[in-house]
Every structure is written in C-alpha cells, then in structure tokens.
Design a protein. Structure first.
Length: 384
C-alpha cells in the first residue's frame, strides 16, 4: 500500500512538472515570435504575471488548505482550471487578450507546487519516506518535457503545441491525483482566528529575504536562458537539450541532499549552493565556449537539486505545524512569485537597454548578495 501511494505521488510530480517544463522555458520564445509584434518589455510583463499573482494567490491557496484540510480537492481544481485556460492561448494574438488570459491561468497554475509539496511533506512525514525520493520525479518530468518540446518546436507543430501538451498532461495528472487516499490527507481544520505571528518569525523572514535573492535569478533563468542560448547561435533544440541536462542533474543531488545537510548543516548547504549559482551566472556572462555552457548546465542541476528540497524542509522547520501550508505558500509567493516577477521584468528592461549578457551579470551580483545573507543567517543561528 505504501509503495502504491508513493508511486501515485511520484506520478503527480511528473505530471505537474512536465506541464511546467512544456511551458515555462519556451514561453518567452513563444511570445517573442513576430506574429505577436511584442517588445521585450511587453514579453517580460507577460511572463511576470504568474510570479506577480503568486505573491498574493499562493498564500491564499495555502490558507484554504490549512483551514479546510481538503488539499487534494483544491489541487484537482487548480490543475483542471489551468489546463482549460491554457488551451485558449492558442487563439490569442492581441497583447491585452494575452495579459487577461495569463492572469486567469496564473491563478490556478500558481497553486500546483505549494499544494503538492504540502501533501507530500505530510505523507513523507507519516510514511517516513525521503521527500527528495519523490520530488526528484518532478525534475524527471520537467526534463522530459523540455527535451520533447525542444524537438517539437523545430517541427511544423511549433511552439504552439506547448500549451496543448501541458493541458493534456494536467488533466491526466488530475485523474491520477483522485486515486490518492483522502483520509491520509485530512488535517484538523482550524476555526480560530488565523495568527500571522505564527508565520512571521525573525528567522523565517531572514530566510525569505535571502531566498528571494537566490531563487529569483534561478527561476528567471528558466524564462531567459532560451534567449541566451539562441543569442549565441544555438537552436531551440539545443535549448531543450541543455534544460534536459540541467534537470536530469538535479535528480542525484535531490537524492543525497539530506545526507549532505547532515554533514554540513542546512545553512551551509544553502549558502554554498547560492555561491555556486552566482559563479555559474557570472561564467555565462563571460560568453564562454559552448562546451562550457554544457558544463554550466550540469552546475545548474547541482544548485537546484540541493536548494529546492533543503529550502523547503528548512521552511517547515521554522514555523508551527498548523501553519505549514501557509508558510509554504508565503515562501513560494515571495521566491517563485515576487522575486521571479521582479527579475523577469528587470531582465526584459536590461535586454532593451543592454543585452542578455547584462541580464546574467545582474543575476551574478544578486546571487552573491543572497549567499552572503545566508552566511549571515548562519552566524545569527549560532548566536541565537
């Protein structure tokens, strides 16, 4: 029974991250096509809508889960809603119409990861299973998607197929999700007034600031790395292949993340990964040979493979159990939401006034600041 439920959770991660992998890395390229006649800043605005809305919407999804205990039902709704709306992008050409659709789609899309993470953390705690052993299937799904779409994008089907494929996989995932045992997900509902003080403690706030500086460039990279690769003469197929390499390299590091934390400590791992991320961005800004770009794709996998599971478990350790979903929602909103939106928008502006190379110099500087803040947290925790 445990193995069956574990496989179901793994399948959900494949579906959710496959749907993201089919869209996120190619969204900027899709809206940069000549048929839309959009400026780089307008494209930056479009891709910033999801992270911007996540700032307010993800905590609301988390609060709904905490208050009702019906995590599975909310996630099914979010997956079906995102799938239905994504189809309509195939018929949109006007800038205003695209923006409105992106707003509607983002409301449902931004719920997927915090809700599935909350479900999985509860399950792994009860079943005493390593979270990374399930989460790595999300990386595998993302990797398969970006590789497939890189191939498909160079065929007559083109980039438009990204939205259709994403919708199909989300619907299939929602069907699998219904097979997960609901009693195991039920949580004690809270009828008392919600206390934000249970979430906003000093260590959590300090971590959020560092997280925005580190994860913002990482998530924005998913939108703009395709432009970087094509600017140095690479094809769309190469974009997909490099993403495949990076995401596949996440898997082994997710598998051993907790063993590394046990030896080095959580904050040390976070700071070290952030520093490596800064080095990777700076090296890309130097416009290295293509062979080095391949190597840096592997480095990106190392960074993300360590940061995602370690940071998520760290969030869970910083707040009370009864506000875990809300804390995860806040964490996602500020890192994948506010920070990503800001860096998406800033990246579009930098491209207009400078180039994509300037974007990666900016990522380098900000990532270094985040690494320094994490190191400061280490001293704070040692003193406290």
């Amino acid at each position: 029974m445990v193995n069956q439920q574990k496989r179901l959770y793994q399948s959900i991660y494949v579906a959710i991250f496959f749907a993201q992998g089919a869209l996120i890395p190619y969204m900027t390229l899709f809206f940069s096509q000549s048929r839309f006649d959009l400026s780089p800043s307008e494209v930056g605005t479009i891709v910033a809508i999801l992270p911007i809305l996540s700032i307010g919407v993800q905590p609301l999804w988390g609060m709904l889960a905490d208050r009702t205990g019906r995590v599975r039902a909310w996630l099914v709704l979010a997956m079906i809603g995102a799938a239905a709306i994504s189809i309509t992008f195939l018929f949109a050409t006007a800038y205003l119409w695209i923006v409105l659709l992106m707003v509607a789609w983002s409301i449902f899309q931004c719920a997927h990861i915090p809700l599935v993470d909350m479900m999985t953390l509860d399950y792994t705690a009860r079943a005493k299973i390593d979270y990374g052993a399930i989460r790595l299937y999300g990386s595998a799904g993302f990797a398969i998607a970006v590789f497939m779409m890189g191939r498909i994008a160079d065929t007559p089907w083109g980039l438009s197929s990204t939205f259709l494929l994403s919708a199909i996989v989300l619907v299939l995932g929602s069907i699998i999700l219904r097979r997960i045992d609901e009693p195991g997900l039920a949580r004690t509902t809270t009828v008392a007034p919600f206390a934000w003080s249970a979430v906003w403690n000093v260590p959590f706030v300090a971590f959020l600031i560092g997280g925005m500086l580190v994860f913002g460039p990482i998530y924005a990279n998913n939108y703009y790395f395709g432009i970087y690769v094509t600017s140095i003469g690479g094809s769309t197929t190469l974009v997909g292949t490099l993403f495949l390499v990076a995401v596949l390299c996440e898997i082994p590091f997710m598998k051993v993340a907790y063993q590394i934390v046990a030896k080095l400590g959580t904050v040390n791992v976070l700071a070290g990964a952030a520093f490596i991320s800064a080095i990777r961005n700076g090296w890309l800004a130097l416009e290295p040979p293509l062979l080095v770009v391949w190597i840096l794709a592997i480095v990106q996998g190392l960074v993300v493979g360590l940061l995602i599971p370690v940071a998520l478990q760290f969030v869970r350790s910083l707040v009370s159990l009864n506000v875990t979903s809300t804390a995860i929602g806040v964490y996602m909103a500020l890192t994948s939401g506010l920070a990503t939106a800001a860096f998406n928008q800033l990246s579009g502006i930098i491209i207009e006034v400078d180039s994509i190379i300037g974007v990666f110099w900016m990522y380098t500087a900000v990532s270094l600041l985040g690494a320094a803040l994490f190191l400061g947290m280490r001293r704070f925790r040692e003193k406290g």
